[in-house]
Design a protein around this ligand. Structure first.
Ligand code: C2E
Ligand code: CA
Ligand code: CA
Ligand code: CA
Length: 281
């Protein structure tokens, strides 16, 4: 037993060493990618479930590396958070997303008011100059403040609960909307919903994907919708892939959704075409 324990120990160290090596390499690559601007934004429509009309987009960052090819955000966002590189990257994402929506709206590609949802990481949320940066970007890009929605997770709020109230109040003063991302997967405490000005709950994909199966997910989504209605919040369901899920969510009182059923995240050109085509209908 002792020998086995020792062997396991060695294996563990070796693979840890590999992990550290490859994440160091990826960090170097990521740093260079930011300098060389190897990122683009994709946009996924958020639709009204009853009509299918686009109400806005979620901006999702993509790294297209000449050396590594497509690197998924699931891989580089956590690393960007650990290394602090999320600060310059996140600032670029925010600026580019705001600029893009303003371009669509001011060139009359669309005549309906749309929102742009941008993901904010925990690290960004704890930056002391976050509000300053947002103000500067909104002034620069000319995007009306009420068009911007910020998506943060429950943990971003809870890990910064001292500064969170002040930041969130400042966002509300500016009419910037706040969405709780991956709602239901984080903290079990809901008390923060009373303390903070939250506009939207985003139901995590894990609850949506098994809605067809007879299990507790129906009850969970129902509870989230009821909670939101009671508190005057909107609900957006993530990761809708089937019409059954769409109809079930509608029946549960969920008004908005996004997912492959409606549209995958697409590049700016395709998103702009979708908006333009709809205007001519
Ligand atoms: P998220 O914010 O929960 O984004 C939703 C993810 O679900 C996206 O993955 C989207 O492409 C995917 N998705 C949308 N509809 C469907 C569907 O019907 N089925 C399935 N299976 N997936 C669907 P993506 O783009 O790979 O992003 C993964 C995560 O990376 C995001 O999760 C978010 O946490 C993070 N992320 C992406 N872009 C940014 C960014 O600009 N800043 C920050 N801080 N995080 C980002
Ligand atoms: Ca999100
Ligand atoms: Ca999400
Ligand atoms: Ca998620």
């Amino acid at each position: 037993a002792k020998a086995m324990g020792k062997a396991r120990h060695i294996v563990f160290n070796a693979s840890m060493h590999e992990d550290v090596q490859s994440s160091l390499q990826l960090e170097t690559d990521l740093r260079r990618a930011i300098e060389r601007q190897e990122f683009i934004l994709n946009y996924q429509p958020i639709v009204a479930l009853d009509t299918g009309m686009i109400t806005g987009f979620e901006a999702l960052v993509r790294w297209i590396s000449p050396e590594l090819g497509f690197v998924s955000p699931g891989k580089f966002i956590p690393l960007a958070e650990d290394t602090g590189l999320i600060i310059p990257l996140g600032e670029w994402v925010l600026r580019e997303a705001c600029r893009q929506l303003n371009e669509w709206q001011s060139n009359n590609v669309t005549d309906i008011p749309l929102t742009m949802s941008v993901n904010l990481s925990v690290k960004q949320f704890s930056q002391p100059n976050l509000i300053e940066t947002i103000d500067q970007i909104l002034a620069e890009t000319q995007l009306p403040t009420q068009c911007l929605k910020l998506e943060i997770t429950e943990s971003a709020i809870m890990e910064n609960s001292d500064s969170a109230a002040k930041i969130l109040d400042q966002l509300r003063d500016r009419q910037i909307h706040l969405s709780i991302d991956d709602f239901g997967t984080g903290y079990s405490s809901l008390s923060y919903l009373h303390r903070f000005p939250v506009n939207t709950l985003k139901v995590d994909r894990s609850f949506v994907c098994r809605l067809d199966a007879a299990d507790d997910n129906v009850a969970i989504v129902q509870a989230i919708v009821t909670l939101a209605q009671t508190m005057g919040m909107d609900v957006v369901a993530e990761g809708i892939e089937t019409t059954e899920q769409q109809h079930q969510l509608e029946n549960l009182g969920c008004e908005y959704g996004q997912g492959y059923l409606f549209c995958k995240p697409v590049n700016a050109e395709t998103a702009g075409e979708m908006l333009a085509n709809r205007n001519h209908k």
